[in-house]
Design a binder for this molecule. Structure first.
Ligand SMILES: Nc1ncnc2c1ncn2[C@@H]1O[C@H](COP(=O)(O)OP(=O)(O)OP(=O)(O)O)[C@@H](O)[C@H]1O
Ligand SMILES: [Mg+2]
Length: 400
């Protein structure tokens, strides 16, 4: 395979910890033919919106999400991989936090880096001067072009970004990454992003409109502007020649274990349905959950006497139930790890590790009655290869 030594080292370091190796997920993927076929079909289909990927702990949810990320990126989509984590301001009931996390993690095919900087630089570079969107963010801004954006904040951000002033760019990044820090700093945003940029463009709206219409807020009226801004990200991606924006949400079941109030949890479920419905955000989204997700939701809603919540909606969400990888697939994976370990450390493990030995480790790990046996198999193989390499190195230096 086409992989250099430092890439191979990164892959092995990642696999040593049982983490899918970033950028090489597809090379290290075995099995899952049906799921992958369907994922690709969904990436190509216009109708597909949300999909749940359901599997046990350590069975490959993150792996498949990242597989989808690589595949989507290759097919020309902007992607954003977000880990839901209520303890660090990524709560699914708070669409302003979700919008911010999507912004922090947004990636563009073949562009280095991620985040608003990568995305906005790309957009401004790609939009053609005759496109309405371009005119909306450039100096001949008029009311007519205002309509091009669903989110007035997105227009303000992108229009100010186009000035190219570094200090302004940093402010916009900080605003979009932490919008809640600016809910009581609206005047500052108005001054720096509108008034002070008068020589680049003229915004004829009076100041009070910016506050009355909550133009700098992402959390009013059911997070209306957060949804609008997500739609705009998707639209901007399309207008600049990409196929759209794909959202990948890992560890969605965090909403059950870490969101503290039932009304927050319900709001988080509604947001999932809204994505599935496709009206509030028309891009595609993939969610990783554990197999007991539905049961846990059900128990939670019953225990909190939320009988009016329609559980069937949760049940009916399109889902992939992933079965565990079998021993043959794990053996195929082990051979790939062996090859890459050789490239990483400049040795030939297959001369030392007999195929039988490899097969024994794999089958032993595969037979363990633990849910995350794939991770266990991978970490055992890397550990065994590490040990053999140490012995080999010692013998080699002894021989000199
Ligand atoms: N189809 C696959 N092919 C190759 N390796 C896989 C596959 N699925 C999972 N793995 C590997 O198994 C390990 C565990 O997978 P992963 O981290 O995706 O599991 P998970 O379901 O997200 O776990 P958790 O519940 O802990 O979040 C990783 O090293 C990953 O690369
Ligand atoms: Mg995971």
């Amino acid at each position: 395979m086409n992989i250099n030594k430092s890439q191979a080292l990164r892959c092995i370091e990642s696999l040593r910890k049982g983490i899918p190796p970033e950028g090489f997920i597809r090379y290290f993927t075995v099995g899952r033919k049906a799921e992958i076929g369907d994922l690709i079909f969904r990436l190509e289909s216009d109708n597909s919106t949300a999909l749940l990927l359901k599997a046990n702990y350590g069975s490959g949810k993150t792996h498949l999400l990242k597989f989808t990320k690589e595949e989507a990126s290759d097919r020309g989509y902007a992607v954003s991989y977000v880990v839901i984590d209520s303890n660090s301001e990524v709560r699914f009931n708070r669409m302003d936090q979700i919008f911010a996390a999507v912004c922090r993690n947004i990636e563009i095919p073949y562009e280095k880096g991620k985040g608003v900087r990568t995305f906005f630089d790309f957009i401004i570079n790609k939009l053609q001067k005759n496109q309405k969107l371009y005119r909306a963010i450039s100096s001949d801004w008029t009311w007519e072009f205002n309509e091009m954006f669903d989110s007035p904040a997105m227009l303000i951000g992108l229009r100010a970004w186009k000035t190219g002033i570094e200090e302004i760019k940093s402010l916009i990044e900080d605003w979009f990454y932490n919008p809640w820090n600016y809910y009581n700093r609206r005047k500052e945003l108005y001054k720096k992003l509108v008034v002070d940029l008068y020589k680049y463009f003229r915004d004829t709206r009076p100041e009070y409109i910016f506050y009355n219409e909550a133009i700098f807020s992402f959390n009013t009226k059911g997070h209306e502007q957060s949804w609008a801004a997500l739609r705009d990200l998707n639209k901007l991606a399309i207008e600049s020649g990409l196929r759209g924006l794909i959202l990948l949400f890992d560890e969605y079941e965090d909403v059950i274990s870490n969101l503290r109030r039932i009304n927050y949890q319900e709001a988080a479920f509604w947001n999932l349905f809204k994505i599935y419905r496709g009206k509030d955000f028309s891009g595609k989204a993939f969610f990783a959950v554990t197999p007991d997700f539905y049961e846990k939701c059900k128990n939670l809603l019953i225990s909190k006497q939320r009988s009016e919540f329609d559980l069937n909606m949760l049940k009916k969400l399109p889902t992939h139930e992933m079965t565990p990888l079998g021993p043959d697939e794990l053996e195929e994976l082990a051979l790939k790890i062996l090859e890459v370990h050789g490239i990483a450390y400049g040795w030939e493990p297959d001369c030392i590790m007999k195929a039988k030995q490899l097969s024994f480790i794999v089958r032993n790990a595969a037979s363990k009655p633990i849910p995350d046996r794939v991770r266990y198999a991978i970490t055992s193989i890397v550990k065994c290869l590490d040990n053999l390499y140490e012995d080999w190195e010692e013998n080699a230096s002894g021989a000199n």
